[in-house]
Design a binder for this molecule. Structure first.
Ligand code: GLN
Length: 213
């Protein structure tokens, strides 16, 4: 399993450090040829407008969209969530549209921009540390989207098939839980075809709203 990490801008080094700690092979993606031989992709946090411009300028937009459309596993954190969303507002901007969610950029406002919370998810019996940095709010989830964690009344960790999205930054903590879950999802089928929803690992606990702690 080789994971490609988009390295346009943002905290791609932190994702690389997490994967290194887990002993997972990885490489940086800066050009379409870097997608060759990659089994899963991470879109890191950072500044989504800058990242989107990079994807378009470097001709990576089509390759990433194609990878996602044929069922390739993709994990987006924060700005990566924005790149994956179907609709983006505040302000409106283009995106890959691979996940049926709508997001509001900087949804928590500028003053309450950054905060660390601990919250329950359906992927682990223990609460996990959730670092929010000028995070988007997921204001709508489509029918096939599974909510794996809520915080403050909004979904913060969601899954749609082999796409995983966190509006927080698990790569900035020492807890590998979310990355481990993504790798389980990524290993759950061949990257060539869209994987039926049922064959993707499903969380053990029911995905009801989770009270923030
Ligand atoms: N506010 C950023 C954006 O809109 C995302 C912040 C982050 O990735 N930590 O692109």
């Amino acid at each position: 399993m080789k994971v490609g990490i988009l390295a346009a801008q943002g905290d791609f080094e932190a994702h690389a450090a997490t994967l290194a700690r887990m002993g997972v092979e990885h490489g940086f993606v800066r050009a379409p040829r870097d997608l060759d031989g990659v089994d899963a992709i991470i879109l890191p946090g950072g500044e989504s407008t800058t990242q989107w411009k990079f994807l378009v300028d470097e001709g990576l937009e089509a390759g990433l969209r194609e990878f996602g459309e044929r069922g390739g596993p993709i994990f987006g954190t924060c700005a990566g969530a924005i790149l994956l969303a179907r609709d983006v507002r505040n302000p409106q901007q283009q995106s890959l549209g691979l996940a049926d969610i709508s997001v509001i950029r900087n949804g928590y406002g500028r003053q309450l921009a950054s905060e660390v919370r601990h919250g329950l998810t359906t992927i682990s019996p223990e609460p996990i540390e959730m670092v929010f940095i000028r995070a988007p709010i997921i204001e709508r989830v489509g029918r096939d989207v599974q909510v794996l964690a809520n915080s403050d009344g909004n979904p913060v960790l969601i899954q749609e098939g082999r796409i995983l999205i966190a509006t927080f930054h698990p790569e900035l903590t020492s807890d590998n839980t979310v990355h481990e879950y993504f790798l389980r999802v990524a290993r759950s089928g061949a990257a060539k075809e869209r994987v039926p929803y049922d064959s993707v690992p499903q969380p053990a606990v029911s995905a009801g709203p989770v009270e923030p702690r």
